[in-house]
Each structure stands twice: as C-alpha cells, then as structure tokens.
Write a new protein. Structure first.
Ligand SMILES: Nc1nc2c(ncn2[C@@H]2O[C@H](COP(=O)(O)OP(=O)(O)OP(=O)(O)O)[C@@H](O)[C@H]2O)c(=O)[nH]1
Ligand SMILES: [Mg+2]
Length: 471
C-alpha cells in the first residue's frame, strides 16, 4: 500500500533509482536510474574504456567500462567497484519518457548494493514500488490498462497468461475499451439531440436508441466475462481433490502433477495433511489440494486432518470428487456428494482398470460431470484435464475480451454496465430522455476510470502499490 504521505513523492520530479533484478547471486544484475539527473549522476561514477563522458552520450547507446568510487582524499586513486555495461535511453524514448540509464553489472548482492549507494550518494533517491511504471503512465507513454498489463505480465504463472498480458501491455485492450467508450459517447450525443428536437427531427428514434443500448450491453457482458477469465488466468483456481479413504486421491494428485509427490498406499487414511501444488491444465494455472479421506476422526491428528480438509473444501472454486469404481457407493460417498452439491464439481470414477461395481445411475441425479479413469494405470488423464478446463471456463476463451483489471477497474467496468442497464430501464419505462442522458453520462465517467483518465489515490494504491521496487 502506498501511504498518503508518499503520494507527494510519487509526483515529484526527483531522479529515482532502484535495483531491477532479484537480490541474489546471479550472472547479471541491473540498476535503473530515471530522471533529469540520470546522465550527470552516471558520469560521476562511470569510467568508460573509451574515455567517453556520458553526460553527452547519444540515446540508445551502450557503454563499456567500470563503476568507480572516487577517493575522499585528493591524490588517492579511485577504487574500481565493478566491470559494467551502461545503456543510455534519452527522453522521450524510454520506459518512463525521461532520461533513463541502466547499469548491467555482475549479479552479486554486495556489488548491486554498492553501486546503488553510489548512485544515491550522487543525487538520486530510492524509487518507490512501481514508480518507474507510474512515471510511464503520468508521462503519457502508457495508460492504466497497459500498466495493469505490466503487472499481469510480471505475475503470469503460465505462458498463456503471459501471452494475454502482453496484448494488454501493447495497448490492444486500451483500444477496445476506447472504442466502446466512443460508442457510448455517440449514443450520449444522440440523446442530446432528442432533448433538443422532437423525435421526428432528431438524429435517432427511441426504438433505435433501445436497439443500440441492447447491442452495447452485449459488448459489456463480453468484457466482464473476459475480465473474469483473465482473473482465473492470473490467479489460478483453487481445486480440491476429495473422496473417501483409499479412493485414489493421492494417486490422482501425483498423476496431475506428473511426479510422485505424495505417499500412496493401500492403507486407508494415508494422507493426513493438506498438500498443495500448482499445475497447468491446458495453460490454466490450477492450485490443487490433496486432502485426507478420513471422515470419522480416530485421534487428535485425524480430527485436525478433517478440519483442514473442510476448510480447503469450503474455499475451493472446483471440487474433484474421487469415487472408487471398484466398490459400491456407500454412505461416505453420499455424504460427500451431497456436500458438493452447491460447488462446481467434477466426479472422477477411479480404478477403471478393475471390475466396475459402482452404480453410476445413482450418481447421475446429482448432475455433476463424470469422468472415468484409472489413476494407477494413467488411463483417462486427458479426459479429466479437458473436463477441468471446460468446467473452469464454461466456454471457449474469447481472446479479444480478455482484460486484466485490478479491483478498482473491475468496479469501474461493472458500474459502467449498470449505468447502461439503468439507461435501458429508463427507456423501457418511457421516462423522459433527460434520465437516459444522465445514465449515459455516468457510464462515460465510469469508463474513464478504466484507463486512467481520472487518477486518484485509490488507483495509485490499487496498481502501483502492488509492483516491486524497480518496476
Ligand atoms: N487398481 C487401481 N488401484 C488404484 C488406482 N488408483 C489408486 N489405486 C490404489 O488405491 C490405493 C489407495 O490409493 P491412494 O492414492 O493412496 O488413495 P487416497 O484416496 O489418497 O487414500 P487416503 O489418503 O488414505 O485417503 C493404493 O493402493 C493405490 O495404488 C487405480 O486407478 N486403479
Ligand atoms: Mg491420500
């Protein structure tokens, strides 16, 4: 979270610097500087092999040399800190649209710290979280949707999430929402003409207006469902594997993970803790939880295992209910099936390699999707993954609607849709055109918040507070 007192700093013209790479021993480390003093600062601590003064360096040039620490006492020699490459990107063609310098040094924690301290000593201040991206926004290089695209790209857990985020950071989603806003604006202008002229002389009739609003509402619906899909792509969904003891939950967990992660045995009650891993199912990030199958506690540990399993179950977005196909359904199965009634549930009838004794007919009334498989023999895994994907997304991904929003933007989009709904209601109730006109105006304002035409502290907090320092 960005403290209010810090907002002033965010809007300052200070030159800022930060380590842009993780603080761990690695081949390379990068330190970024942005602002008016970037070049004067680097020229004080960098010695180019070609004896070039970086104060006058051209944009998009790369310079090889050393970071040096000048002596405090005259006539003493400068100390060499590290061998580096310095890149220079001059305003306005840089990430922040300011003069930007990047120092690529060896990736040692002490080296990075030392160089950063030298930069700070010569007139820069430490950047706040997300401050470089904030400047890109304030200086008009990107809009708020693109900034959110940057956050989504950094946070992406799967290659598909990254691909979609990159569309947003290129500005493609901004174009889409701007186009939508234009359409709402056109309608707004047309209602103005209905206010000023009788319907016969106005540019649009009431029935045409209604048609256009209904059409626009479909576009909003698409975007809202796209934002939900983007949320899934970004955060993953919580998927709990449950079922009675010995049904094969842990075997299935290992199959999905494609490694022997948890202990499997024929002894009922093998799993007693909740085990979590993140996997990809057709590009979707899935947090899967293996749980204990015991339902009646025999001791304190089992009682804790049941409590934990219940907690995970209640938070799950998707339930994979494992049934043992080799056995008839018993009261424990029914208990669990009933518990999962209100959840997004997929039933796996496991042990398809054995003679099937389970009565499928009795499961059908629950209305769950059913997949038959053998976790042990690894038969039917693809069917299971296809079903998971279908249940999570409940329809194909409409790429052009995928839009990564933070909670502030999500509310703005939902409010814009509600404003449009109100406009339609007013129209249906034959209210005066002024009411519809006001709803459309509200809708335009809500859409303006989406890409940052209006910047508030709330927006700053919701986006930039989440970024790491150096981004
Ligand atoms: N034949 C057959 N056996 C299976 C299959 N899946 C699991 N098993 C066996 O069933 C037994 C129990 O498997 P687990 O994966 O440990 O079952 P679980 O549901 O995790 O059991 P608990 O942790 O005790 O609740 C083991 O002996 C597995 O090898 C299957 O598809 N076919
Ligand atoms: Mg188990």
């Amino acid at each position: 979270m960005i403290a209010k007192s810090r907002l002033k700093e965010y809007n300052s013209k200070d030159t800022i610097a930060a380590i842009a790479t993780p603080l761990a021993a690695s081949a390379l480390g990068v330190i970024k500087i942005s602002g008016r003093e970037s070049l004067p600062i680097i020229s004080k601590i960098f010695k180019s092999v070609k004896n070039k003064n970086l104060k006058t360096a051209k944009t998009f040039t790369l310079h090889y040399g050393w970071i040096i620490e000048r002596p405090k006492i005259k006539n003493q020699k400068s100390k060499i800190v590290d061998e580096v490459l310095v890149s220079v990107m001059k305003a306005p063609n840089s990430y922040t649209k300011e003069d930007v310098v990047e120092v690529s040094c060896h990736g040692g924690v002490v080296i990075l710290d030392k160089i950063l301290k030298l930069i700070l000593k010569h007139g820069s201040r430490m950047a706040l979280p997300g401050e470089f991206t904030y400047r890109a926004l304030i200086n008009g290089r990107i809009d708020l949707l693109q900034a959110e695209g940057v956050a989504a790209a950094i946070e992406a857990k799967t290659s598909q999430a990254l691909e979609e985020a990159s569309f947003q950071l290129q500005g493609l989603r901004s174009k889409k929402t701007l186009l939508l806003k234009e359409k709402v604006k056109d309608l707004f202008v047309e209602t103005e003409s209905l206010i000023n002229f009788p319907e016969e002389e106005a540019k649009i009739s009431y029935s045409e207006l209604e048609k256009k609003i209904i059409h626009l509402m479909k576009e909003f619906k698409g975007l809202l469902s796209g934002s939900k899909t983007a949320k899934i792509l970004r955060e993953g969904i919580r998927c709990v594997i449950c079922g009675k003891a010995n049904a094969g939950k842990s075997t299935l967990f290992n199959r999905l993970l494609r490694e022997e992660r948890v202990i499997v045995s024929k002894i009922p009650g093998t799993t007693r803790d909740v085990i979590e891993e993140t996997i990809q199912v057709k590009g979707l990030p899935l947090r899967i939880f293996d749980t204990a199958g015991i339902l009646e506690p025999g001791d304190l540990i089992e009682s804790q295992a049941i409590d934990k399993a219940n907690e995970i179950f209640s938070q799950a977005d998707l339930v994979i209910m494992v049934l043992d196909g080799f056995k008839k359904l018993n009261s424990q199965d029914y208990l669990l099936l009933n518990k999962a009634k209100d959840k997004n549930t997929l039933v796996v009838i496991n042990k398809s390699d054995l003679v099937q004794k389970i009565e499928i007919k009795k499961i059908l009334p629950f209305g769950f999707d059913i997949v038959k498989m053998s976790a042990l023999k690894n038969i039917g895994l693809k069917d299971l993954e296809d079903s998971i994907y279908r249940l999570v997304l409940s329809g194909p991904i409409k790429r052009e609607n995928l839009i990564f929003l933070n909670s502030y933007q999500q509310t703005a989009l939902e409010t814009a849709q509600q404003d449009l709904c109100r406009a339609l209601e007013c129209l249906k109730q034959k209210q005066t055109i002024d009411f519809i006109n006001i709803c459309l105006k509200d809708c335009l304002e809500s859409l303006g918040r989406l890409n940052g035409e209006v910047l508030t502290e709330e927006i700053l907090e919701s986006i930039f507070g989440r970024f790491c320092i150096g981004k």
